[in-house]
Structures are given as C-alpha cells and as structure tokens.
Design a protein around this ligand. Structure first.
Ligand SMILES: Cc1cc2nc3c(=O)[nH]c(=O)nc-3n(C[C@H](O)[C@H](O)[C@H](O)COP(=O)(O)O)c2cc1C
Length: 194
C-alpha cells in the first residue's frame, strides 16, 4: 500500500488559499520544470503555459469568466460542472480559480490529437511537484470550457495565447488555508487483471 505521506496520497485539490503567503520564485520555477519533464505524444513538447501572477490580470479574468458564464443557457445535457459555473455566475459570487495567487493556463496546438492528454500529464507533474513543496494546487478547467468564447479567447490572446492554440486546462497554485484532513475513498477506477 502507498505510504500515507506519499506524494500521490498527499496531493489534494485545494480550493481555499492563504494569499498572505507568496510562492517563492524558485519554487514556481521547480513546479514549471517538473511540468516540462512530462511525457508528450511523439515527444511533441507543444504544451504552452501562460503563468499568471499579476493580481489585476487574475481579477479581470475572474470577472470575465463570471460575466460569460452568466450569459450562457443551461440545456438538458449541460455538463454538471458547467451548469454549476453558470448558476453560481448568475448569483455573482463565482471565483472559478478560487482566487489563487497563481494561475497557469495550459494550451496546446488546435487539432493535435494528444493536446488534452499532454496537457493533463503536465498538469499532474506540476501538481505533484507543488505537493512536494507543500504548495496547494487545483486543476482548473473553466478556461478550457470557454475556449471558444470570443471574450475569454480575446483576453487570453492578449496575454500570449497563440492563434493556433486551444486552451486545454489549467492549474491554480498557492499555499492552502487548510490541507484536507480526511482522505477521499479511492474505490472507483475499476481494474481488470487478465
Ligand atoms: C480533468 C479534470 C478537470 C478538473 N476540473 C476542475 C475544476 O475546473 N475545478 C475544480 O475545482 N476542480 C477540478 N478538478 C479537480 C477534481 O474535482 C478533483 O480532482 C476530484 O474531486 C478528486 O479530488 P482530489 O483532487 O482532492 O483528489 C478537475 C480534475 C480533473 C482531473
């Protein structure tokens, strides 16, 4: 059995951040480096990260994400997390990134079949390295869902996203206000030995 303090068991999605404690530049660089060591399909290494640390940019993105979700309609088949984002945005108190001090937006080439897989590999590496450093992280997917939204896309293009890229995911980083004490049950994900 994995040790309780192994990085796999320690990593949890952190959704409440202590913004008074800044992440040191060296730690951020280690997290980014860990991401760069992730495998990629055909060793393509085309995953592009926008590392956002500027408070004003983070706040503007939060405002735009809330604004754009609030405008969206809920259909019968709307994915539950998107529905939740829409409902919370309509209430006017939606912080999709939990007001983390750092948000890394992850993108990859449009039309590349391994875009999402490569990005997820990189995000996991970064989350595990953050955990090793005692830094909290959470996978953030809202900018992926809003990838084709012209307002959000326009904002991300102004920050450095390329025209031929699609947003594949993201990760919020920061020191946790509190690390979850109870573990989640891990009894899903069926395994068949053959
Ligand atoms: C592909 C993917 C997308 C996710 N998107 C979000 C998200 O947008 N916001 C969020 O709070 N958590 C997101 N999560 C985190 C999951 O909710 C979380 O991993 C799951 O509930 C298990 O909890 P744990 O990370 O603490 O083990 C995402 C996770 C994955 C793998």
């Amino acid at each position: 059995m994995l040790e309780k303090d192994s990085v796999y068991r320690k990593r949890r999605s952190i959704r409440s951040f202590d913004v008074s404690k800044a992440i040191a530049k060296e730690d951020l660089m280690l997290i980014l480096e860990a991401g760069s060591y992730a495998p990629s399909g055909g060793n393509s290494q085309t995953t592009h990260r926008l590392v956002i640390t500027d408070k004003e940019i983070l706040a503007k993105l939060e405002e735009l994400v809330q604004q754009e979700f609030a405008r969206m309609e809920i259909e019968e088949d709307t994915y539950k997390s998107i529905k939740n984002s829409i409902l919370r945005s309509r209430q006017g108190n939606y912080f999709y990134d939990y007001q983390a001090p750092i948000l890394i937006v992850v993108a990859n080439k449009k039309g590349y079949g391994n875009a999402m897989a490569d990005s997820a590999m990189m995000i996991q590496n970064m989350m595990l390295q953050a955990t090793e450093l005692g830094i909290g992280s959470c996978y953030i997917n809202q900018l992926h869902w809003l990838d084709e939204n012209p307002v959000i896309r326009g904002e991300l293009l102004s920050l450095g996203l390329k025209e031929d890229e699609t947003v594949t995911g993201g990760v919020a980083l920061g020191y946790a206000k509190a690390w979850p004490e109870t573990e989640l049950k891990r009894d899903g994900n069926p395994i068949t030995f053959c």
